[in-house]
Design a protein around this ligand. Sequence first.
Ligand code: EPU
Length: 339
Amino acid sequence: MIKLKKNISLKPYNTFGIEVFTDFFIQLDKAEDISTFIKNYDDIPKPIYFIGLGANTLFTKDFSGTVVHINTKGIQKYKETTDSIYLRVQAGEIWDDFIDFCITNNFSGIENLAAIPSTIGAAPIQNIGAYGVEVKDSIEYVKYIDLNNFNTITLNNKECQFSYRNSLFKTPIKNQFLVTEVGFKLSKTLQPILEYGSIKKRLNSLGITNPDIKQIADTIRQIRADKLPDYKILGNAGSFFKNPIIPIDNFNKLKDQFPNIIAYPQNNNTIKIAAAWLIDKAGLASYQIGGAAIHENQALVIINKNQAQAKDIINLCSHIQIKIKLLFNIELLPEVIFV
Ligand code: EPU
């Protein structure tokens, strides 16, 4: 049975810890709940917003509709070959619990994505990524319900149109679908990716030259903990902005002016700029508006420092965007979804 609750605080359902209310709230705990939800869909007050961990959502005001919390659990093997294991995972599983499951079973491919706050269902939507790995590299399929006709659709990896922090689910079919399950293909032997950032350095400092999957995940967790605040203590949504991708010609002009600028070459004569560096260079580290502030250890993260209201975060976001535009002529776009 699913219950339509009224006037519920969304504070526990967004990692910014913003206190806003939704008119209606439903939690889906198992497959039957999803069926019941779909059967009654026409009667459920609209608009509807689906939420997993709420780690990439900024509720800008009270929500006059229904927030639906996806809490379905389950990890099952559906295929195995000599080298690979194929797992179907329900949308409400917590991403980091799935990482632990993979560590315990020695399934490799996503260990560099340890400690990312997300649910399984949310992970493909913005193609979560960190430390040289993106979730798209391990996804076989994404299963969702099309809310226009209630058909269940399974898209293979290519059909999901993944790119940097983006997928089909963020563009044309936005808000008209409910992701129910994701299929993963993982390797039964460790395929370490240690080149990115300080992973190798930290492992070396611990005297580890041949790390196992747990040692890699633990190292990533430590690196993240050093610079990314724990949302349970200081509300935040990870990187607030995407790293902007600009034409290489524009970059070369910037480089003359700012020789230390940090950037990573992409395909098609473009280059990805470290937005954290831009914000830092603009002198905005620790900058605060109301209760919202730029995190001192990672300039790409906006924190709820002191009972921030959504408007503080929105104002801080605009302030950063304007400064970066004026100084570097670059548009910073939020990674976080404004609701
Ligand atoms: N930097 C600064 N100032 C700062 C922070 C960083 O100059 O305050 C410089 C760093 O020295 C570094 C560069 O900027 O050379 C990039 O910083 P970092 O390696 O910390 O990564 P990022 O580009 O800020 C991205 C992802 C993170 C992911 C890390 C690690 C995006 C938008 N963010 O951050 O993802 O964990 O790389 O792979 O792509 C997220 O999406 O929520 C997220 C946390």
